[in-house]
Design a protein around this ligand. Structure first.
Ligand code: SF4
Length: 202
């Protein structure tokens, strides 16, 4: 990771968040070397799918896309766009790879979800964003999951255990992507609302 990108991103975040608690640390988190992280870093959707279903992750990673046809996905997108319109939020695309939603002035990375059923997946996704930012040298941020339909929110903090969890997930995501065929999974209740249901069970 170059220092130039480090500083550019830091300045951009400072401006967006209007906060002074950001810390630009030279200390990298975790046990991954820079080279390993460069090779394993991925987008947030894959981290989310990794928790939901490994077959879904494999299909998505092999460019088999069904999401746009699924009404629930469209509903989720609409909710994401409309939720908390009274608060100042900014979407920031980093490295053309991860898209984070920032709540300006608070140092919070938000993830708005349709329902708490996918809570663990959303949690790891936000942890991954915090981890990614920390790799870039930006610390002092926290995460927040929001479930506007249920009027609930949950904090997400990146501690050492969470860092290890993110790193293990990144390694396992790579392993799954490299499988020659999709992993076998059992039918699950979430399959009923999954965009890939027709492909898997139709
Ligand atoms: S339908 Fe079920 S098994 Fe298939 S990708 Fe979706 S969640 Fe996974």
């Amino acid at each position: 990771m170059g220092m130039y990108r480090h500083k550019c991103l830091g300045a951009q975040l400072m401006e967006l968040l209007s906060m002074d608690q950001l810390d630009f640390s030279s200390q990298q988190p975790g046990t991954l070397t820079d080279e390993e992280f460069e090779s394993l870093r991925t987008n947030g959707i894959k981290v989310n799918y990794y928790v939901i279903c490994q077959k879904k992750l494999w299909l998505y990673s092999h460019d088999i896309r069904m999401e746009t046809r699924n009404e629930r996905v469209s509903l989720g997108r609409l909710l994401h766009q409309r939720a908390y319109r009274d608060q100042s939020r900014r979407e920031l695309l980093i490295d053309n790879l991860i898209k984070i939603d920032l709540l300006e002035g608070s140092g919070k990375v938000l993830e708005v979800k349709y329902s708490r059923r996918m809570r663990e997946a959303a949690r790891l996704q936000v942890l991954y964003y915090l981890y990614y930012l920390k790799r870039l040298g930006v610390t002092g941020l926290t995460g927040e999951l929001r479930f506007p339909r249920e009027k609930r929110r949950e904090s997400v903090l990146l501690d050492e255990t969470a860092e290890r969890q993110v790193e293990a997930a990144l390694r396992d995501i790579r392993r799954i992507e490299q499988l020659p065929v999709p992993p076998l999974v059992e039918f699950m209740p979430i399959c009923r609302s999954c965009a890939y249901a027709e492909l898997c069970w139709g």
